[in-house]
Design a protein. Structure first.
Lengths: 113, 169
């Protein structure tokens, strides 16, 4: 998964992955849409392919690059689980904060008397 | 670099974003003044009440915090049924009451260089918007932290997993 993170950390690679979410595209197509030259796109695609994020499929006269769901799915699973840990913490923190607020209000009333 | 929304369910108020390849940004709003949220975040006797969520089958063993620049904190939790202490500790670098904290943070069993955590408490319309920015020493360490979330005894139902997978498309 660290390969997934590393591959996605580069902004242009992230843009390529975002673009490919809509469906497979050719190198030229990707380059045109993201205003990158062909060698740049090929270089990024090579890294993405190594990280297992994209696959190539030959279609008619061209080679199309498409997303592979597996590594992204795992990344999202991990993130979601970590988010849930924090969410559970924050739920308990919210309860505590409500209690502190109530206490402060009742203390305030006592002082006001 | 732009923070990416990668895991943020609309029904759930805690957001978690990846930023660059080393940082994680966690955010949540609380219906209370910043003063109260800041106290609950820093005072050891209060931290012990929320740091180890019951729903994750963990409890706090000890909690100490000397909240001033150069002061240290150490929180220890234990998973139910386990004898291993899981200690998190660090040092305060910046303490601005009710608005901003900067501290180092290390998971002791893993060791290595610490993460740098910046927490901001911003009060707007009576609510406090808390943002915790965790900067890890490397992409690998951030990955390990995310992976460790899986060991906190969370029980996944098949439905949740399916919903997650569906959200990819």
């Amino acid at each position: 998964v660290v390969e997934t993170f590393a591959a996605l950390a580069e902004p242009n690679r992230f843009r390529i992955v975002e673009l490919l979410r809509a469906g497979p595209r050719s190198v030229n197509d990707i380059g045109e849409r993201l205003a990158l030259n062909q060698p740049q796109v090929s270089k990024h695609l090579r890294v993405l392919k190594q990280a297992g994020l994209v696959d190539v499929e030959p279609r008619a006269q061209q080679r199309l690059y498409g997303l592979r769901a597996q590594p992204l799915r795992r990344l999202r699973e991990w993130l979601e689980r970590y988010r849930r840990l924090w969410d559970a913490r924050f739920d308990e923190l919210t309860e505590l904060i409500d209690e502190l607020k109530r206490k402060e209000m009742s203390d305030g009333r006592k002082k006001g008397r | 670099m732009v923070a990416r929304k990668v895991a943020d369910a609309p029904v759930n108020p805690t957001s978690m974003d990846l930023e660059g390849d080393r940082a994680l940004v966690i955010a949540r709003a609380f219906d209370a003044p910043a003063r109260i949220v800041f106290e609950a975040w820093t005072r050891a006797d209060l931290v012990r009440r929320w740091w180890a969520p019951r729903s994750h089958q963990v409890s706090v063993v000890s909690c100490e915090a000397d909240v001033r620049v150069g002061g240290r904190f150490r929180y220890v939790m234990r998973k139910d049924g386990s004898r291993d202490d899981l200690a998190f500790s660090g040092e305060y670098r910046e303490v601005t009451p009710w608005s901003r904290l900067v501290y180092t943070h290390v998971f002791e069993p893993a060791g290595g260089p610490p993460a740098l955590v910046t927490v901001t408490f911003e009060e707007r319309d009576g609510k406090t918007h808390l943002v915790a920015h965790e900067l890890y020493p490397s992409a690998e360490v951030r990955e390990a932290v995310l992976a460790s979330g899986m060991e906190h005894g969370m029980r996944e139902t098949l439905d949740q997993l399916e919903a997650l997978v569906a959200s990819l498309h």
